[in-house]
Ligand binder design. Sequence first.
Ligand SMILES: O=C(O)CCC(=O)C(=O)O
Length: 311
Amino acid sequence: MFSYLRRLKLSYAAYNIFQPKRLAHNLPIYARLGLKKQYFSPISSRDFAHLPANAGLPTVPPLAERLKALSAFQQLPAASQANLLAFEDNGFAILPGFFSDEQAEGINQDLASLIATQQISLRYRNKFMFAFRKSARIRAAGEGALRELVAALLGHETKLFQSINFLTGSEQRTHSDSIHMSTFPLGGMAAAWVALEDITPDNGPLHYYPGSHKLPYYLNADYQNEGNDWLIGDKEYTEYEAYINQKIAEAGIPKQIFLARKGDVFVWHANLMHGGEPHTDKALTRKSMVFHYFSQAHICYHEITQRPALL
Ligand SMILES: O=C(O)CCC(=O)C(=O)O
């Protein structure tokens, strides 16, 4: 019964009716694209099937021009600049030492105090969600230079949507964020992952597949999870993960593991396949944080649950 209610699109729409401000962002784009949707209506890739791939997006200057115009970019070391300039080819950019040890420690202290004062607790097994709403230091890390750089990568005004802090490895199986934080046109999101201590092979490092962002975006229809007019799809998330596993194997892309140093940042593309390695030494922590960003020029939503994103 509970699982049926969770699949009922009306349940989500009923909740969203009370969120007009946070859902207003999609309305002008729905209107421009001729989509007959209310701010609270369910939405998924099926609604865009008749539209050209880049429908409604303004033309923007090439990536190099966008980055070089930015003082946050000009101030970076040459290696980080080169990594950002190669973002469209690689699907990721590593920014070594983007944050100082002191900044990383400040964030660790803020998280510890949010936990101690019970202002935040674990969700989804090992995630501290949305700490940036409660810590000015965490918000400042996700806004400012990092958001400006991500906005230049996306080519549009960009909003910090979500932060997730970890004290242990996520151990998440390989996925593309586009099944969770989805956009139309495709590609209007990016994430920046921050090492808040040194990462070793034993404490669940991030893994990724270079160039995998050029694979198709695998969405609900690809694993028969579209549902119907009333219900979202009934597939378990493990079925999505198995599908991605198979697609990566078919593509033959070798996995890379990011042994980050404290303060390093790893920015990934909306469709870069990535996940977390097993955290084998439970005596160790894996302090890290990830920011997810949405372009404001795109329709922003959640493909799996077919909900508009609450910005
Ligand atoms: O931190 C990790 O291990 C992976 C996090 C992740 O996959 C995500 O936030 O999308």
